[in-house]
Design a protein around this ligand. Structure first.
Ligand code: NAD
Length: 469
């Protein structure tokens, strides 16, 4: 069993919250109860499940202020906390609209005229969701909503680094008994997450590659499906034909949104040699305009680095780059009264021998490198173990052509990190950024269904190979 866990405040560095993970025995019993409730939840039918989620939404809206307050305490930032809550609510509505069509039983003719086929499905009874600290509310609920609508029960284990939002969320859930029986948020760390894997029928994990590997191994032992959404090192390619003003603004946004703590952050930038100088001067000038949200949360755009362990990674990558000859034009990471803060940081004189170009940094760091040919730009962009996303800037035709050669799940053309805001595209994970179908598009719900086929003979005709016997 995990012992009590002290939770650090990202703005002050002080521990000001404690979580106490439940004993494994109680967690196992809770999962048993949820399994029993799931059968009733599924039997209700999709329309009743939609009604229940809509009723929960009303309580979320009523409890919004408390939820916002807790999320801000968890993350130390304001506008992304509001974005998370808005996106969470929008997700409920979006999936409620889509679910009836996605859950409809379809009937087909088959190659044998008197046999009809019914394509049906049943939900995995108990889904486990294990989520990280970077977008605590959004990533704890993004897979949960479609799973609930599919008819599953869902047990969520958010990150021990950002657990404060759970209490006000649970308070809203307590008003909806039907849902409370099939949806739980559990406090705990690594040990609780690992134990949960023994209790569920399917796991959705969002987190880092190393943890993902361990979860995939356990899922294999348990013989359960695992959907993993892991790290990234998204490249941006700026072609000579690019609109520089647009490219620098979009890349800056893509690199610093949520202070770079997003799996779709732009983490490395390749620019055509002819426009390289102009590009990085403009990027630096724009980066200087952004401020830290310190001393007050309204003071600027950039919140703190939420997890102290991530601040160490950012510091290490910057140090490694500087020692290897990188030039830092602006920014840097510093500890202010216990909190870790990182200004938008632009580097040049970088190459792929440096960690900042090859390992996930997860901070607002923009290393910029010149390329001589489009083939070189593509090669550099693909030179990564990750394949989450990318951005290409240039004339539309040229940029789309380049994008065909980049091995990642999502590509923004003449914009950056659009996958954060647009949940419609259907994708698979590429390389070490994950395993399996990802959470967006119709498959985001279908993943929670175990498909079944029903063959029905519609005429009393004997099968031909029986005649001889
Ligand atoms: P992490 O892997 O350290 O932790 C994620 C969750 O897993 C936490 O809830 C943690 O308690 C739990 N956990 C840790 N070890 C476990 C184990 N052995 N068994 C079961 N559960 C375990 O990741 P993090 O530091 O919280 O998050 C940062 C990472 O998340 C980054 O690599 C980032 O790229 C990734 N991320 C990916 C996406 C995406 O959609 N692809 C989105 C956001 C963040």
């Amino acid at each position: 069993m995990d012992k009590s866990i002290e939770v650090r405040n990202p703005r002050t560095g002080k521990s000001d919250y404690v979580i106490i993970p439940p004993p494994h025995r109680l967690l196992a019993q809770q999962c048993q109860r949820m399994r029993r409730a799931q059968a009733r939840w599924y039997a209700l039918g999709v329309e009743a499940r939609i009604e229940t989620l809509q009723s929960w939404k009303q309580f979320i809206l009523k409890g919004r202020d408390k939820l916002t307050e807790a999320l801000i305490a968890d993350t130390g930032r304001l506008s992304m906390s509001l974005f998370e809550i808005d996106s969470f609510i929008a997700n409920i509505d979006r999936w409620c609209l889509k679910a009836p069509r996605l859950l409809r039983v379809s009937e087909y003719d088959t190659s044998i005229s008197y046999i009809k086929l019914q394509q049906t499905a049943e939900p995995y009874p108990l889904v486990g969701v294990i989520s990280p600290w970077s977008l605590p509310l959004l990533l704890s609920t993004v897979d949960t909503i479609p799973a609930l609508l599919a008819g599953c029960a869902v047990i969520v284990k958010p990150s021990e680094i950002t657990p404060r939002f759970m209490a006000p969320l649970q308070a809203t859930l307590n008003n909806v008994p039907l849902l409370r029986d099939v949806l739980s948020f559990v406090e705990g760390g690594q040990e609780t997450g690992a134990f949960l894997l023994e209790c569920v029928d399917l796991v959705c994990f969002t987190g880092n590659l190393e943890t993902g590997r361990s979860i995939f191994e356990t899922a294999a032992e348990q013989f359960i499906p695992a959907f993993l959404e892991l790290g990234g090192k998204d490249p941006a390619i700026v072609l000579e034909s690019a609109d520089l003003d647009l490219a620098t603004s979009a890349i800056l946004w893509g690199a610093v949104v949520n202070s770079g703590q997003s799996c779709h952050s732009i983490e490395r930038i390749y620019v055509a040699e002819a426009i390289f100088e102009k590009f990085y001067h403009q990027l630096v000038a724009k980066a200087h305009r952004l401020q830290l949200a310190h001393p007050t949360i309204e003071s600027g755009e950039l919140g703190p680095i939420i997890a102290a362990k991530q601040a160490m990674v950012i510091s290490e990558h910057l140090q490694d780059a500087k020692e290897a000859g990188a030039v830092v034009h602006c920014g840097g990471i510093e500890n202010i009264n216990g909190g870790w803060w990182c200004r938008p940081t632009v580097l040049t004189e970088v190459d792929h021998s440096m960690k900042v170009m090859t390992e996930e940094t997860f901070g607002p760091i923009m290393p910029v490198m010149a390329f001589k040919s489009i083939a070189e730009a593509i090669e550099l962009a693909n030179d990564s173990i990750y394949g989450n996303g990318a951005a290409v800037f240039g004339s539309e035709e040229e940029a789309i052509e380049v994008s065909q050669h980049i091995h990642v799940s999502t590509i923004s053309i003449n914009d950056a990190s659009l996958a954060i805001a647009i949940p419609e595209g259907e994708t698979n994970a590429f390389k070490f950024s994950g395993i399996g179908e990802k959470r967006f598009g119709a498959v985001g719900l279908n993943r929670f269904l175990c498909k079944k086929t029903l063959f029905t003979k519609t005429k009393p005709i004997q099968n031909p190979w029986w005649f001889d016997s």
